[in-house]
Write a protein that binds this ligand. Structure first.
Ligand code: NI
Length: 183
């Protein structure tokens, strides 16, 4: 099932998402639906708050980048109860976009390496260091779980320039190819 994607301004995107219990009902169905929703919207990542659920579940799919990054061939993973424990490396600037903020792409500075803990789809625990493009996508997605959206992290000057676009999103004026839900 394809969910509508909640748009910038919806209060669910500002909540701190909760860890889920190991027996969370129909988790596999939720993960499958998140993959479907994410791929349908041509996204590389989706966090549960973006479909209205303030829980710590994220899907990431990077196969679309595998021409440039062969290591991401068939990369499709779900992260349950993820937490960033440590960061390291240089701060790097990369352009980001977000399915909840359609029409806006901005440079964001983030650490290049992160140490993350999470459960995978088989409920196996992981504690690992991640770098490269995956570390970037994870930080963007895990930010959603803390109630942050990437435009919070752009410079004040850039934010000022984005103001009218963001105001349009807040007013429910949204143009994109997928189904959305505004506040
Ligand atoms: Ni996003």
């Amino acid at each position: 099932m394809i969910y509508p994607i909640y748009i910038y301004g919806h209060p669910v995107l500002r909540k701190t998402a909760e860890d889920i219990p190991l027996d969370y009902p129909d988790l596999q169905q939720l993960i499958d639906d998140m993959y479907e929703t994410m791929f349908h919207a041509d996204g590389v990542g989706l966090a549960a708050p973006q479909i209205g659920l303030p829980i710590r579940v994220v899907t990431i799919g990077l196969d679309v980048l595998s021409d440039e990054y062969p290591e991401y061939k068939d990369f499709k993973r779900a992260y349950i109860n993820p937490h960033i424990i440590e960061t390291a490396g240089e701060e790097v600037v990369m352009e980001e976009g977000c399915l909840s903020v359609p029409g806006i792409h901005e440079s964001v500075k983030r650490p290049s390496k992160i140490r993350v803990t999470y459960l995978d789809e088989q409920m196996q625990e992981h504690d690992e260091w991640v770098e490269g493009f995956l570390a970037r996508v994870m930080q963007h997605e895990f930010d959603h779980l803390e109630g942050h959206v990437f435009v919070d992290r752009v410079s004040p000057i850039r934010r000022q320039l984005l103001k009218s676009k963001l105001t349009n999103l807040l007013k429910g004026k949204v143009r994109c190819s997928y189904k959305t839900k505004s506040c």
